[in-house]
Design a protein around this ligand. Structure first.
Ligand SMILES: [Zn+2]
Length: 202
């Protein structure tokens, strides 16, 4: 892959530091509701989506037949949260992780951007995920059949969000921001509300 994670995520970290240099869980939970952070997060999610597309375009021009995404259905995402700093005066520091989805073939296991974000959050011992930003073309949901104006996490990702091993990182007020690529259309809601839209309980 051609992605340098640290560089891609920098605009979100900058916006978060401006919002709260010494963040508390409360700051993490409001972050994606703040316009500057939201714009940065959508921009980075979109960038991750573009990088994945560019990767496959490069593979196609060099005649490699393995694409990272055989359906060419690209989704970029960013997670924003807190990790423990080990400093008593300022116990938390910002955590940001950007990812895109992959599914190299029909038979291959799919890995969504949201799955990668959750895995990274767990690996980093993230104590509170304040929000997720997801950019992708909307399509009817594979389980609920709902076609919303933007793309929500898929059924498997929603199950992952709810699962015992991840739930402790999320709060009732953890936000999800979803946007269409290159569009002003975006939704901001809590994860439980997004689940309700699919007829599911948090
Ligand atoms: Zn998914």
């Amino acid at each position: 892959m051609i992605v340098a994670q640290g560089l891609v995520e920098a605009p979100v970290l900058d916006a978060l530091f401006k919002l709260a240099p010494k963040p508390r869980p409360e700051d993490a939970l409001r972050a994606l509701g703040e316009r500057a952070v939201q714009d940065a997060a959508i921009g980075v999610a979109q960038r991750m989506r573009e990088l994945a597309k560019e990767e496959d375009e490069a593979r196609l021009t060099t005649g490699r037949n393995s694409l990272i995404n055989y359906r060419r259905f690209y989704v970029g995402g960013v997670g924003v949260g807190l990790v423990l700093s080990g400093n008593a005066k300022s116990p938390y520091e910002w955590w940001v992780f950007a990812a895109s989805n992959t599914k190299p073939s029909k038979k291959a296991t799919k890995f969504c951007a949201e799955m990668r974000i959750l895995r990274a959050a767990k690996d980093m011992h993230c104590t509170c995920i304040g929000g997720l930003a997801v950019v992708g073309e909307n399509q009817p949901d594979g389980r609920s059949g709902k076609l919303r104006k933007t793309l929500d996490p898929c059924a498997e990702c929603r199950d992952m969000l709810r699962s015992e091993c991840n739930r402790h990182m999320l709060r009732q007020r953890t936000l999800i921001v979803t946007a269409k690529p290159h569009s002003q259309v975006r939704y901001v809601e809590t994860i439980p509300r997004m689940m309700t839209a699919h007829g599911e309980k948090w």
